[in-house]
Write a protein that binds this ligand. Structure first.
Ligand SMILES: C[S@@+](CC[C@H](N)C(=O)[O-])C[C@H]1O[C@@H](n2cnc3c(N)ncnc32)[C@H](O)[C@@H]1O
Length: 277
């Protein structure tokens, strides 16, 4: 497998950084309740337990850090957004959070008993470099676990949103080139990426996650308020195109409506893990 990198790493990195500085509160409000559902499985895949020193790369508001602390681990978190780091420190005061780039980890080799990265690898311009860095800072015989979204399909939230974008949006809006957001979203691709970056004893697991809304307009609103690339794509459209996208998503949300009038949207993930020999 060839891991795709950004064709303009600096522009893409600035776009992502500016984006996360802006949506840090929205991510915490909308996505934290979703991605925290896979935290136990990520920690299990990395073998996190009492007394271990764990690195949480692309920590966001600190859900994995919090869950690792609850297992009795010591946690260092890293995120490149000062705003995100501020929120993580507030949420998880007993972990240590640092501002830094996943592609240049500021830690000596062989430092950590486990490394985790929740839904972060898909945001860096050069995922190969970031995975190699995570490999370096792991102690021998210890494990890394990363989570990514599964491939969009008509039966999940990403498929619903991107299906509507594909039908109604202008694909030529000028966003900096980023690697394919779903390049690791299939079992074999995720396995190959971990193999290619030096990991052994690789496992890939499916995890179900459900995003619950009281209103069918909640899905698009959550992406606009809490995501970076999808937000950029949506905000770059004309008002009429955005309305068409929102309407299509609202119609598609009906398939996820339950008898209690809640909308429960499947947002499945893959967890890839591997060891450093
Ligand atoms: C989708 S959020 C994931 C947050 C959290 N780990 C979770 O599981 O919900 C991605 C996080 O990665 C951070 N991030 C993106 N690119 C990064 C980079 N190159 N280095 C460090 N952090 C980065 C963002 O600031 C953001 O907080």
């Amino acid at each position: 497998m060839t891991i795709e990198t950004s064709k303009d790493a600096q522009a893409f990195s600035e776009f992502e950084h500016q984006g996360w500085q802006t949506v840090s509160g929205g991510y915490e409000q909308h996505f934290a309740r979703l991605t925290s559902q896979s935290a136990p499985a990520v920690l299990d895949a990395a073998g996190v337990g009492r007394g271990m020193h764990v690195l949480d790369v692309c920590s966001g508001p600190g859900m994995l850090a919090q869950a690792a602390l609850a297992r009795g681990a010591r946690v260092t978190g890293l995120d490149f957004s000062a705003e995100v780091v501020r929120i993580a420190r507030r949420n998880v005061p007993h972990a240590e959070f640092r501002e830094g780039d996943a592609q240049a980890l500021p830690f000596p080799d062989d430092s950590f008993d486990a490394v985790v990265c929740g839904f972060g690898i898909i945001h860096v311009p050069d995922a190969r470099r970031a995975l190699r860095e995570m490999h370096e800072v792991l102690k021998p015989d210890c494990r890394l676990a990363i989570s990514v979204w599964e491939t969009p399909s008509p039966a999940n939230g990403f498929g619903l949103l991107y299906g509507a974008i594909q039908t109604h949006a202008d694909p030529d809006v000028a966003l900096p080139h980023g690697p394919d957001f779903f390049q690791f979203s299939a079992v074999e691709k995720l396995r190959a990426a971990l193999e290619e970056t030096g990991f052994s004893r690789i496992a890939v697991d499916h995890v179900e996650q459900t995003w619950e809304f009281t209103n069918p307009s909640g899905l698009v609103a959550s992406f606009v308020e809490g995501a970076v690339r999808a937000r950029g794509l949506l905000l770059a459209q004309t008002g009429a195109v955005r309305e068409a996208i929102e309407q299509a998503v609202i119609e598609g949300m009906q398939q996820f409506r339950s008898a209690d009038d809640a909308y429960r949207v499947p947002m499945p993930a893959l967890i890839g893990s591997g060891a450093k020999d």
